[in-house]
Design a protein around this ligand. Structure first.
Ligand code: ADP
Ligand code: TRP
Length: 321
C-alpha cells in the first residue's frame, strides 16, 4: 500500500500537527510504502518572506525526523524538488469545474481569517490533488480539516479517468484520525498556525508554559466545582496524560478546590514529559544539518523515480505525448 501526506512549512510545528499528522504518519511508515513531503509550494499561498520560508523548510525537515519518521522506511522529500507536480496540477485544472473550487471550505475560511486571496490560494486543491495523484498514493492520512480536499482529489482523478481512460490515475482514500481528529487550540477553536492559538512542539520551557497558561477557561472560583463539558484543558490533557491522570483531573474538576492554574500546570508537566524524546532528537539533528539535507536530497531522487512514471502515463493518456 502506498501512503502519502504533506505538511506545509508555514510556521512552527504545533501539537495539532503532531497528533493530526505526524503521529499517524510515524505509525503508518511500518504499514506500507510511505511518502512524506514538505509542502513548500503550498506555503507560498500564505507567506511571502523568502528567508522565513527557507528557515521553515529546514526546521520542518528536522521536525519530521525528530518526530520519528525514518528515512530507511519512508521517502521524505520536499515538494518543490519535484517541479513536475505543477504540470499535473495544470492537467487536473483543465477538468476542474470552477464551482468545485468555489465551494472549498479551506479557501473560504482563510479568506475570512484575513489572508488576502490570490490565485494560488484558490487553486490550492488542484495542486494538492496533484501531490497525491503524482505518486499513485492509495492512503492519505490527514486531519479532519483536509477531508474536503481529499474528496476533491478523488473527484478530479475520477474525471480524468472518465475522460481519458480508467487507470490513468489512482483514486486515493483519506484516513482521518478519529480520536484526535481536531486538536483544540488555546482558545478552544481548532489549533492552527494561522489562528495564533498554538502550543508549539519546540520552544523553551518558559515560553511553552506561558502559552499553556493562556488556555481559555471560564472564571469559576477555585473552591467551586468546575464544568468538564467542552473543557479545552481536559481535551489537551487527554493527549499527553494516561487514563488514570485524566480521570483524576475530571474528579478534581467536579470536587472543586482546585484552580485552573493547577490544572494547566498538570497539562504543562505532562506535555513536557511526553515530548522529551522529540526535543532530544531535535537537538541532535540541529547539530547535524548535513545529515538532514542528505535525507531530503535522497528522498527527492526516490520520489522522482515514481513521479516520472505517473506523469509519463498521464501525458500519454491526455494526448500530450
Ligand atoms: P495549520 O492549520 O496550523 O496551518 P496545516 O494546515 O499546515 O496546519 O496542517 C498540517 C497537518 O496537520 C494536516 O494534516 C492537518 O490536517 C493537521 N492539523 C493541523 N491542525 C490540526 C489540528 N488542530 N488538529 C488535528 N490535525 C491538525
Ligand atoms: N493541505 C495540507 C494542509 O494544509 C498540506 C498538503 C499539501 C497535503 N499537499 C498535501 C496533505 C497532500 C496531504 C496530501 O495540511
Amino acid at each position: 500500500m502506498r501512503i502519502l501526506t504533506g505538511i506545509q512549512p508555514s510556521g512552527k510545528l504545533h501539537i495539532g500537527n503532531y497528533f493530526g499528522a505526524m503521529q499517524p504518519a510515524v505509525e503508518l511508515q511500518d504499514k506500507g510504502e510511505a511518502f512524506y513531503f514538505i509542502a513548500d509550494y503550498h506555503a507560498m499561498t500564505s507567506m511571502s518572506n523568502a528567508d522565513t520560508l527557507r528557515s521553515n523548510i529546514q526546521d520542518l525537515a528536522i521536525d519530521l525526523l525528530a518526530c520519528g519518521l525514518d528515512p530507511d522506511k519512508a521517502t521524505i522529500f520536499r515538494q518543490s524538488d519535484i517541479p513536475e507536480v505543477n504540470e499535473l496540477a495544470w492537467i487536473l485544472s483543465t477538468v476542474c469545474p470552477m464551482g468545485l473550487l468555489e465551494r472549498a471550505h479551506s479557501y473560504k475560511d482563510k479568506v475570512a481569517k484575513g489572508i488576502s486571496p490570490n490565485h494560488a490560494l484558490f487553486a490550492y486543491p488542484t495542486l494538492m490533488a496533484a501531490d497525491i495523484l503524482l505518486y499513485d498514493a492509495e492512503l492519505v492520512p490527514v486531519g479532519k480539516d483536509q477531508k474536503q480536499h481529499l474528496e476533491m482529489t478523488r473527484d478530479l482523478a475520477g474525471k480524468i479517468n472518465d475522460r481519458f481512460g480508467e487507470g490513468t490515475l489512482t483514486i486515493p482514500e483519506a484516513q482521518i484520525a478519529d480520536h484526535t481528529a481536531v486538536v483544540p487550540g488555546l482558545d478552544g477553536q481548532k489549533m492552527s498556525k494561522s489562528y495564533n492559538n498554538t502550543i508549539p512542539l519546540d520552544g523553551g520551557k518558559k515560553a511553552i508554559r506561558k502559552s499553556i497558561m493562556r488556555i481559555v477557561t471560564d472564571s469559576t472560583p477555585v473552591e467551586e466545582p468546575k464544568s468538564t463539558a467542552n473543557s479545552t484543558v481536559i481535551a489537551l490533557y487527554k493527549l499527553f496524560a494516561d487514563e488514570a491522570a485524566v480521570q483524576q483531573m475530571i474528579t478534581d474538576h467536579e470536587a472543586g478546590g482546585f484552580g485552573y492554574g493547577d490544572f494547566k500546570q498538570r497539562v504543562f508537566d505532562s506535555y513536557w514529559e511526553f515530548f522529551a524524546p522529540v526535543r532530544d532528537k531535535r537537538a541532535e539533528l540541529e547539530n547535524n544539518l548535513d545529515y538532514v539535507n542528505e535525507v531530503i536530497t535522497n528522498g527527492a531522487q526516490k520520489a522522482r523515480a515514481e513521479s516520472t512514471k505517473v506523469l509519463d502515463r498521464v501525458r500519454a493518456a491526455v494526448g500530450l505525448r
